[in-house]
Design a protein around this ligand. Structure first.
Ligand code: PMT
Length: 423
């Protein structure tokens, strides 16, 4: 089975250029095996070692296995003469950090550029995959948790760490993933990442985040959406070359780079903004509705509602909001070529998702489980069932960034397939 899976991956790394940044941890020895595996699969591997990495592996073994010189110093006259650090950070298809120590992750999160490794990570315009390795308490420390969450938010991909016995005698999460698992994560990245520019010329609308429906000047109805999924989708589509307009409810996330962002508060405002974008052609090729739009609003009171001493709470009369997804899906001349909705379900996810796709009229629907304990709302990961007229695909649990990348690839493949069918 594992062999068959492995066969399906053959060729994914042929000609790919990996920049491997080796951090200083006891697990650094596994980087040697990783270099061997990557090269076996046809990738070229250029390595950078942090100063601390020298305590665990030698530059000579790294250079011999990679077949390339090892870069170590930020201000090295020879290295700069041969290949400047900016160029080194851009020449790769993917940067892999393994082992990514607590210190290295902290420096990445803080945007430091105090050695060659962190300078490259700050200067790169390429995706980064980190394989953390550290003591269990360091991994579970709130500082590391916050750094990892921030890096994920910025699009850094992660593999591991694994649970197990640690070199320090403790047990728990913090072990570096096995080289084969890191290799598979690298292959998965290339399997699902759309080719750069493949969506060039495509105009796409994405909705994201919650809506806030005011009750009075100080209170509102809301939901737990953070916007992480929708924002990641906007970023992934932009990275694949699409011209993206993101209409977002109130979130605390930074705007995705290179995306036109329209901020709204209520469902009505989101509906109006989407209608305007669609009328101007900004949703010509696709609309992805990832926002958790409130189904209802109340007519807000002009003044703050007060307790009147009677013990009877005020009655909130709910009125239905416009359905943005149904509106965009309606047949007509301005309809986006592809409309993708989400379904947030707490039970019978597949069944309700199928019914919702038909009711709303979208082409694809990504049904996700948002039941208590799923962590989907606000969390870093998601698993979906992609429901289309011609079939379904179960996408396993992965980071929201990885899911967004996979969706961008799926959309690109859809358009490429249509184009070749038309030829
Ligand atoms: O934001 P995160 O914390 O990252 O969480 C991601 C998510 C759980 C919000 C996301 O993955 C998701 O499921 N988004 C859709 C949430 C939702 O409102 O689902 P729904 O089943 O209530 O609505 C179905 C679809 O109709 C959705 O595409 C929604 O955007 C759309 N809709 C709903 C109501 C409405 N008035 N207008 C709409 O367009």
């Amino acid at each position: 089975m594992a062999e068959a899976q492995d066969k399906g991956r053959i060729g994914l790394l042929a000609g790919k250029r990996i920049l491997l940044i080796i951090g200083g941890g006891i697990a650094a020895y596994k980087a040697l095996e990783l270099i061997r595996r990557l090269r076996e699969r046809g990738a070229s591997v250029r390595c950078v070692m942090t100063k601390a990495a020298h305590e665990f592996v030698t530059p000579l073994s790294v250079a011999s296995l990679s077949g390339e010189p090892v870069n170590e110093e930020l201000f090295s006259l020879t290295d700069e003469a041969e290949m400047g650090h900016i160029q080194l950070s851009r020449a790769a298809d993917l940067l892999v950090v393994a082992p990514a120590t607590a210190n290295l992750l902290a420096r990445m999160a803080g945007g430091l550029a105090d050695d060659l490794a962190t300078t490259l990570l700050l200067a790169t315009d390429k995706p980064v995959l980190a394989a953390p390795a550290m003591n269990v308490r360091m991994w579970l420390h709130p500082a590391t948790t916050a750094n990892v969450a921030l890096l994920r938010q910025r699009g850094v991909l992660f593999v591991g760490p694994e649970d197990g016995d640690m070199a320090c005698g403790e047990y728990g999460p913090g072990r570096l993933s096995e080289p084969m698992d890191i290799l598979h994560a690298v292959e998965d990245f290339f399997a699902v990442t759309p080719a750069p520019g493949v969506l060039a010329g495509r105009r796409v609308l994405v909705t994201s985040g919650p809506t806030h429906e005011p009750i009075d000047p100080v209170r509102y109805l809301a939901n737990r959406s953070s916007g992480k999924q929708g924002h990641a989708i906007a970023a992934a589509l932009q990275a694949a070359g699409a011209e993206v307009t993101l209409v977002t409810g109130p979130v605390t996330l930074p705007d995705p780079v290179g995306v036109t962002v329209l901020r709204v508060e209520t469902a009505q405002q989101m509906a109006d903004a989407c209608r305007r974008v669609a009328a101007e052609g900004g949703a010509r090729d696709a609309a992805i509705c990832a926002a958790a739009v409130a189904d209802w609003h109340v007519v807000p009171a002009d003044e703050k509602l007060k307790k009147d001493g009677s013990g009877t709470p005020p009655a909130l009369r709910l009125q239905e909001n416009p359905d943005i997804l149904s509106g965009l899906s309606a047949p007509g001349p301005g309809r986006p070529a592809l409309v993708v909705g989400f379904a947030a379900e707490t039970e019978k996810v597949a069944e309700h998702g199928r019914a919702k796709r038909l009711r709303k009229g979208c082409d694809w629907l990504l049904a996700n489980d948002v039941s208590t304990g799923s962590g989907t709302f606000g969390g870093e990961e998601n698993a979906v069932l992609l429901i289309a007229a011609d079939g379904e695909e179960a996408w396993p649990r992965m980071s929201k960034v990885a899911l967004a990348t996979r969706l961008a690839r799926r959309i690109a493949d859809h358009f490429t397939g249509e184009a070749s069918a038309a030829e």
